[in-house]
Design a binder for this molecule. Structure first.
Ligand code: F0G
Length: 354
């Protein structure tokens, strides 16, 4: 039995920009479950697989890129890293920085980050700067800081290290399924992950490890859909806070992934996102954060519009863990039955009459 020791220490190492002198900063990220969804498969007449990225060490796909970026920062002797984030990048950066003994500073939009992500950053001990502005403002300032001060930017903007790590999701999918799927669906915010996922498939196919390429279907929230409209959104709005991005940094990469794969980038409403969020928990046993469910919302939307041919193999990235955003789960309220600490009472509450 081979034991998993993270991406840089795995067979995927040869695909990553590391050398023998690069220190390995890892939390054993990657190797996440690829689960068949019986429910979604029967709803769509397709073969649907869910890539559960919330199973990564800090609960999102960001760890794939962060292990590479922070390993390099440590190798260069960096004392501090900085990032802008809607939450998940900051949690990941803070965790890997803690492991490397490096200071992390995270720039987040004030009042707009899910509490679980903030709680992670607090515990990992990063410096938290809450900015009175949007994620896009945070990113602008993080880039400025890195340009003028001795801090390493670990956002995926022009960051080949982050993208190289994030490409590994495509390698894992091909290795699990034996070839590329027909379609790969995922949520889109800042544009890094759609770019990395597509280039991962391209790299594997170019090396003869996949015989074909998937179409990439990206989905943005309707109130934060600059790539769909073709123009930045000044005040992006969606309850799926992870993808509340108005001016994606990897704009061109996202558009190229769409066009080169003959795919699409489309918008789904918050209602569609939250319906999908409830559905995947209820029917597949996967608690994913709301933004993560945009890919499911999207495939169902395309199906409803008659744009999804049956019989296709489809992989959907579930990008983050539901535990990060407890408000989202509990905001609908829930029912429970109070009882005394007595078995008969509990049996009655459960309608167990015999
Ligand atoms: N899903 C989740 C859970 C995310 O946190 C993000 C991005 C995305 C999807 C979209 O990925 O930005 O590469 O297009 N979160 C960033 C952050 C913006 O700061 O954590 P993308």
């Amino acid at each position: 039995m081979s034991i998993w020791h993270g991406l840089i220490n795995s067979a995927y190492r040869r695909w990553l920009p590391v050398t023998d002198s690069t220190p390995v900063v890892s939390l054993h990220e990657g190797n996440t479950p690829l689960l068949r969804s019986d429910h979604l498969s029967s709803l769509t007449d397709c073969e649907i697989w869910l890539k559960v990225e919330g199973a990564n060490p800090t609960g999102s796909f960001k760890d794939r890129g962060m292990t590479v970026a922070v390993s390099h920062a440590a190798g260069r002797g960096a004392e501090a890293i900085v990032c802008a984030s809607t939450g998940n990048t900051s949690a990941s950066a803070a965790a890997y920085a803690a492991r490397a003994g490096i200071t992390a500073a995270v720039l987040v939009p004030k009042g707009a980050v899910a509490l679980g992500k903030l709680a992670q950053v607090v515990r990992y001990g990063a410096e938290i700067i809450e900015i009175a502005g949007t994620f896009d403002d945070c990113l602008r300032i993080a880039r400025d800081l890195a340009a003028h001060h001795p801090v390493a930017l670990v956002n995926s903007v022009n960051n080949e290290l982050r993208l190289a790590g994030q490409r590994t999701v495509a390698y894992e999918v091909v290795d699990a399924l034996g070839d590329a799927p027909d379609i790969h669906c995922l949520p889109v915010g800042n544009g890094g992950n759609i770019t990395a996922t597509w280039s991962g498939y391209q790299a594997y196919a170019a090396a003869g490890l996949a015989t074909r390429l998937p179409r990439i279907w990206g989905f943005q929230a309707a109130g934060a859909a600059p790539l769909v409209h073709g123009t930045p959104v000044a005040a992006p709005e969606t309850a799926a806070s992870a993808i509340r991005v108005g001016n994606p940094a990897t704009w061109n990469g996202a558009i190229a992934a769409r066009d080169d794969s003959q795919g699409l980038i489309s918008a789904v409403t918050d209602d569609q996102i939250f319906d999908a969020y409830r559905m995947v928990a209820r029917h597949d046993g996967i608690f994913a954060e709301p933004a993560s469910a945009a890919g499911i919302a999207g495939i169902l939307d395309q199906r409803r519009r008659g744009h999804l041919a049956p019989g296709q193999t489809i992989v959907i990235t579930l990008s983050g863990n539901g535990l990060k955003d407890l408000d989202a789960s509990l905001r609908d309220g829930y029912t429970s039955t109070p009882t005394s600490a007595d078995t008969t009472d509990v049996a009655r509450a459960l309608h167990l009459t015999t």
